[in-house]
Design a protein around this ligand. Structure first.
Ligand code: A3P
Length: 333
């Protein structure tokens, strides 16, 4: 497997042109590697930079997700929790009031690395004060072995049908931001590609399964990363309970006094979709550092909203593809 012999991925850029190509998923060309469809630029530059130069710290928290599964929410919750001493959730001057969550929490595999500045990418991550809260869409098997060994990973999993519809709508609302021609991707096509696993960081079920398996191994194998496996739907039902479990896992659990004093509820409130959406930094017209319209990250935030866009028949077909692929794995959505 990809992580067996601690590869450096130094020769990756030369290998990429020979990998299977998929160009029907805007906004980036995808290449198939290690069983996943990954943005070409992440493969050429982001992954090699990460493997070559990223040094995890014991207090790091890595937020991992398949795209459109609750990354932005997780970023906000984890950052607000890890830094609540310096930034009280209702200070009025909280970083989340001033910046889009994607400008506060950095992705391991994007940023400067995508611009080809490998050293700058690593230096950017090095410069962040501890405890660092970082994000990734990379599959577990493509993370450096030292991240497996050293990092605490919080994973958020979402119903594949909602992730699919959320992605499809995102390409529309983000269109124009990064040269995306959204109309070029009809829902029917996004749906067909998704079922074949041909989408950003797809197949979705395989992405989820790898992290789920890693989360199950954590108790038995000390050398394997700690992975906390969360579900978006459960977070919606009980945000405070999930936040408390996450804080505990991150090594900064809430004290009885904090709970009694309402700190948990304040963070949940600060990070709610309605609150974040209302921030000036997340209003339409603003763009985050990657050039994506800041408001595109905040839509409905519901479970089962795929029904507003896909027919029951299409939903059933997604479920069937996912169930077939997961049969025997022990995992189900
Ligand atoms: P919908 O498009 O279904 O509304 P990601 O952050 O991984 O890109 O996922 C985006 C999804 O998370 C979108 O789902 C978005 O509305 C939802 N989301 C964003 N911020 C949220 C928040 N603070 N709370 C709950 N859901 C949120």
């Amino acid at each position: 497997g990809a992580s067996a012999a601690a590869p450096t991925y130094a020769g990756m850029a030369d290998l990429v042109p020979a990998l299977p190509l998929e160009t029907r998923c805007p906004p980036f060309a995808l290449r198939q590697y290690g069983g996943f469809w990954l943005p070409e630029a992440a493969l050429r530059r982001g992954i090699p930079a990460l493997h070559a130069g990223f040094v995890p710290r014991p207090e790091d928290v890595l937020l991992a997700s398949f795209p459109k599964s609750g990354t932005t929410w997780l970023m906000s919750l984890a950052f607000a929790t890890a830094h609540r001493a310096t930034h009280p959730p209702f200070s009025g001057d909280h970083p989340l009031c001033r910046s889009n969550p994607h400008d506060i929490v950095q992705f391991l595999e994007v940023g400067a690395a995508l611009a080809g500045r490998t050293d700058a990418a690593v230096a950017e991550l090095e410069a962040l004060p501890s405890p660092r809260v970082l994000a990734t869409h990379l599959p577990y098997s493509l993370l450096p072995a030292r991240v497996h060994a050293a990092s605490r990973i919080v994973y958020v999993c979402r119903d594949p049908k909602d992730a699919l519809v959320s992605y499809w709508l995102f390409t529309r609302s983000a269109s124009g931001s990064v040269g995306v021609d959204a109309e070029s991707l009809p829902l029917q096509q996004a749906f067909e590609l998704f079922r074949e696993g041909r989408c950003f960081y797809g197949p979705q079920w395989r992405h989820v399964l790898e992290y789920w398996e890693a989360s199950r191994r954590r108790a038995s194998l000390a050398a394997v990363a700690n992975v906390l496996f969360l579900r978006y739907e459960e977070m919606l039902l009980d945000p405070a309970g999930n936040l408390r479990a996450m804080a505990e896992f991150m090594g900064c659990g809430f004290s009885e006094e904090e709970v009694a004093g309402g700190v948990v509820d304040e963070i949940v409130e600060l990070c709610s979709l309605e609150k974040l959406r209302s921030m000036e930094a997340n209003r339409s017209g603003r763009r985050n550092a990657s050039g994506i319209r800041s408001d595109a990250f905040f839509r409905k935030g519901a479970a089962g909203d795929w029904r507003s866009h896909m027919s029951p028949e299409m939903g059933r077909m997604v479920d069937e593809a996912v169930e077939d692929a997961l049969r025997g794995s022990g995992f189900s959505f």
